[in-house]
Ligand binder design. Structure first.
Ligand code: MN
Length: 222
């Protein structure tokens, strides 16, 4: 098999980043799907779909929208290892993709047709079964206007029972990790993930300034 992770590895120094070097895996019946929120030079959402042992990937600057009227730019980037989908943490300063990575949504996906043919045609239709995103979606390739253009696609929600034309979008509503419950700041600080097997100690939580002053002065916080 052609090494689909070659470009991924060339961009990274695995002695300097905790991202996985990864290896192609054998895909099972259910194909994984993940979106990682990535606070790099600019915040964007990395949209990843497992296919043939790696994650096809697109960087979506504005993130997905459940509104079929929105067409979200999705820049096709290099394939990532399947295990990358569970990576949450920070990529060191000065390294490729430096910044904080959060697992924003995850689950599985089902292509409407063979993804190889669909990718060649430039239209990939699929179902998402994530915690936050569901229903039918499509990725549609834009025509390149010049050789310098990136491999630009559009991520579009298809009309179905879970499409939304009003109310807050998931990207505005959901700001914590679907994997650890942490927000970007807590991930950046390297705040430990709470495990249910360990009893949560009150003392582990930072005391808010107002509460601290109250404890000292005896007056209730305003
Ligand atoms: Mn990214």
């Amino acid at each position: 098999m052609l090494d689909r992770l070659k470009r991924y590895r060339e961009k990274r120094d695995f002695s300097r980043t905790r991202e996985p070097a990864g290896a192609p895996v054998k895909s099972g019946k259910k194909l994984s799907y993940v979106i990682q929120k990535h606070a790099a030079r600019r915040v964007h959402y990395d949209f990843r779909l497992e296919w043939k042992g790696a994650l096809m990937s697109w960087a979506v600057p504005k993130g997905p929208s459940e509104n079929p009227n929105d067409k979200r730019l999705a820049v096709h980037v290099e394939d990532h290892p399947v295990e990358y989908g569970s990576f949450e943490g920070t990529i060191p300063e000065g390294k490729y993709g430096a910044g904080t990575v959060m697992v924003w949504d995850r689950g599985w996906w089902k292509p409407h047709e063979n993804p190889d043919t669909a990718m060649e045609k430039g239209k990939l239709g699929f179902e998402l079964h994530g915690k936050r995103l569901k229903g039918n979606w499509a990725l549609v390739r834009l025509r390149r206007r010049s050789k310098k253009d990136k491999d630009n696609w559009l991520l579009i929600k298809e009309k179905d029972g879970v499409a939304k034309t009003e109310g807050k979008l998931a990207v505005d509503r959901e700001i914590d990790s679907v994997a650890s419950g942490r927000d970007m700041e807590e991930i950046a600080r390297g705040k430990k993930i709470w495990h249910s097997s360990r009893p949560k100690k009150e003392a582990e939580r930072p005391i808010k300034k107002k509460t601290r002053n109250f404890l000292r002065s005896g007056f209730p916080p305003s």
